[in-house]
Design a protein around this ligand. Structure first.
Ligand SMILES: NC(=O)c1ccc[n+]([C@@H]2O[C@H](COP(=O)([O-])OP(=O)(O)OC[C@H]3O[C@@H](n4cnc5c(N)ncnc54)[C@H](O)[C@@H]3O)[C@@H](O)[C@H]2O)c1
Length: 448
C-alpha cells in the first residue's frame, strides 16, 4: 500500500474523502440469496409472464403501491426487496406513465442491494413501439443511477415466443445477490427448446474448462462453478503451475498447464477432457493480458501479443472444440463464455490493442450464436468493468480510485461478481440466453 493509499484509508483520510464527496460505498448482498424483503410484482397490462415466472421460481409476491399523481407520494410500510415490472404489454408512449407510477413509490422503499427488474420486449413493431422500447432502456439506466445503497436496476427483453421457463434463470439471477455488480443494462432472452427449471447446483456432473484459472477472476470462476457442481479443468501457463495446482486441488478439479496461444491448444484441451472419460459441457475463455500504450506508441509486437491471447487463441480453440464427434470436444447443449471488458465496449485511452481484442470477443460470441443454435450450444460474453484483482492493483493509486468509484455502486467489483455472472450464463436453465454480452461493471459510466 502506498503512503497516499494509507492516508486515504486512515480515519483522517476517510474524512477527507467524505468531504470530497467520496462516501464509504455500501456493502453489497452477494451469493445465491434472495432479498430479505418481499418481492413486489407490477403488471402493466394483461401479461402473465412475470407472475408465472415468479411462481415457477416458487417466490411469493405482493401487489404494488401506485402513485396516483397526487401531492402525497404513497410508500411501502416496510422496505421491499425487489420490484419486478412486467411491461411486456406496454407499447404506447402514453403507457409509460403507468411505469412511472409504480417505480416512484418503490425507489425510496427498496432495501439495500434490492433490485428493480423491468421485463420488456425486444425492438419490433411500429414506430411508436420501437420508441417505447428505447424509452424503457433510458428509464432503466436512469433508475440504476438514482437507486442508492447498492440497489440495482436491469431491463430484460423477453422475446414474445419465450415463456417463464426461458426467463426463470435470468429473473432468479437478477433477484439473487449473484448479480450484485450487474446494473443499468439490458439483454435478451430468446425462445429455446428443452430448457430445464433453475436448480441449486445446476452444473452438477458437467465438465467445464476455465482458462487463466491460476489466480484473479479465473480462480474465482473455477471456485464458483465448482460450488455449483461443475467438474473443472483449470488451465494456465506453465510458470503459474504451482498456483494452478493449488486452485485445482482445492476444488477437486484437474490442472492443465498450457499456453492457450499454442497452435494445438484446442486439441490438447480436448485430449485432456477425453482422458478423463468425459465430454466437454463448457469453456470459459478468461485468460487475458494487457500491454497498454497509446496507439501512437504501440508497435506490432505489443499489438499482436494482446490480440493473440485475448481473441485469436479463443477463436482457434473454439473452432477445434466444435469439431463434430471430437472426443473431449463440446457436447450438444454446451456453453461457450468469453471474457470481454468494458474497455472494449466504451474504448479506453492507452488500450487500443486490448479494446480491439475485447470488442472482438463480443463480436465473436454474437456471430457464433446463430450458427451454434442447431446444436443448442450458447455463446455469450461477460464484460467486467473495474474488478479488484492483480491486474487493477497495478493501476496508479489516484487513477485507480477514480476508476473504482466511477459507477453507480461507487466501488470496484469483486472476482466473484464476474464468476457468478458466468455461472448464470453456463446454467442449463439459461438456454434462451445466447449471443449476449452482460456487463459486470456496476453501471460503469466510462463511454458507453
Ligand atoms: N481485473 C479487471 O478489472 C478486468 C476488467 C475487465 C476484464 N478483465 C478480464 O478478465 C480476465 C481475467 O483478468 P484478471 O484481472 O483475473 O487477470 P490476471 O492477470 O490476474 O489473470 C489472468 C490469468 O491468465 C493467465 N494467462 C495469461 N496469458 C495466458 C496464456 N497465453 N495461456 C494461458 N493462460 C494465460 C495468467 O497466467 C493469469 O493467471 C482477463 O481476460 C481480463 O482481460 C479484467
Amino acid at each position: 500500500m502506498s503512503a497516499l493509499e494509507m492516508a486515504f484509508t486512515s480515519r483522517v483520510g476517510r474524512k477527507v474523502a467524505a468531504r470530497a464527496g467520496l462516501h464509504e460505498p455500501p456493502v453489497l448482498r452477494r451469493g445465491r440469496t434472495y432479498p430479505g424483503g418481499p418481492i413486489v410484482l407490477a403488471t402493466l397490462g394483461a401479461s402473465r409472464l412475470g407472475a408465472d415466472t415468479l411462481a415457477l421460481l416458487g417466490r411469493p409476491y405482493e401487489a404494488p403501491v401506485i402513485d396516483s399523481g397526487g401531492d402525497e407520494v404513497p410508500g411501502y410500510g416496510d422496505r421491499i426487496g425487489a420490484l419486478v415490472v412486467d411491461a411486456t404489454d406496454l407499447n404506447r408512449l402514453s403507457d409509460l406513465e403507468a411505469l412511472r407510477a409504480v417505480l416512484r413509490p418503490a425507489l425510496r422503499g427498496l432495501e439495500a442491494s434490492g433490485s428493480v427488474v423491468i421485463l420488456g420486449r425486444p425492438p419490433a413493431g411500429d414506430w411508436e413501439q420501437r420508441a417505447v422500447t428505447r424509452a424503457l432502456d433510458g428509464i432503466d439506466r436512469t433508475v440504476g443511477k438514482e437507486l442508492r445503497r447498492g440497489a440495482t436496476s436491469n431491463l430484460i427483453h423477453v422475446d414474445p415466443e419465450a415463456g417463464p421457463l426461458e426467463l426463470a434463470s435470468t429473473l432468479e439471477f437478477l433477484l439473487h445477490g449473484r448479480s450484485a455488480f450487474v446494473d443499468g443494462q439490458t439483454w435478451t432472452v430468446a425462445p429455446a427448446v428443452d430448457t430445464p427449471a433453475p436448480s441449486e447446483r445446476p452444473l452438477s456432473g458437467r465438465t467445464i474448462v476455465v482458462t487463466g484459472a491460476a489466480r484473479g477472476i479465473g480462480a474465482a470462476i473455477a471456485r464458483t462453478l465448482a460450488r455449483d457442481g461443475a467438474s473443472i479443468v483449470a488451465v494456465d501457463v506453465p510458470p503459474a503451475g504451482e498456483s494452478l495446482a493449488a486452485v485445482a486441488n482445492e476444488i477437486a478439479g484437474t490442472a492443465l498447464q498450457l499456453d492457450i496461444t499454442a497452435p494445438d491448444a484446442g486439441a490438447r484441451i480436448a485430449a485432456h477432457v477425453a482422458g478423463r472419460g468425459e465430454g466437454l459441457y463448457g469453456i470459459v475463455h478468461n485468460a487475458g493480458i494487457t500491454r497498454d500504450k497509446l496507439l501512437a506508441n504501440t508497435d506490432a509486437q505489443r499489438w499482436a501479443s494482446v490480440l493473440e491471447v485475448n481473441l485469436v487463441a479463443q477463436m482457434r480453440i473454439n473452432e477445434t472444440l466444435l469439431t463434430p464427434g471430437l472426443p473431449g470436444g463440446l457436447i450438444d447443449g454446451g456453453r461457450i463464455v468469453g471474457v470481454a471488458s468494458t474497455s472494449g465496449l466504451a474504448g479506453n485511452k492507452g488500450q487500443a490493442n486490448y479494446a480491439a481484442s475485447k470488442a472482438g470477443v463480443a463480436g465473436l460470441v454474437a456471430a457464433m450464436a446463430p450458427d451454434l443454435a442447431a446444436r443448442r450450444i450458447t455463446s455469450n460474453a461477460v464484460a467486467p468493468g473495474f474488478i479488484e484483482t492483480d491486474m487493477t492493483a497495478r493501476i496508479p493509486f489516484v487513477q485507480r480510485e477514480i476508476f473504482r468509484r466511477a459507477n453507480s455502486l461507487g466501488q470496484g467489483g469483486r472476482p466473484i461478481d464476474v464468476a457468478e455472472t458466468i455461472g448464470y450464463l453456463l446454467d442449463p436453465a439459461s438456454q434462451g440466453v445466447t449471443g449476449q454480452v452482460v456487463r459486470v461493471c456496476g453501471q460503469n459510466v466510462v463511454g458507453a
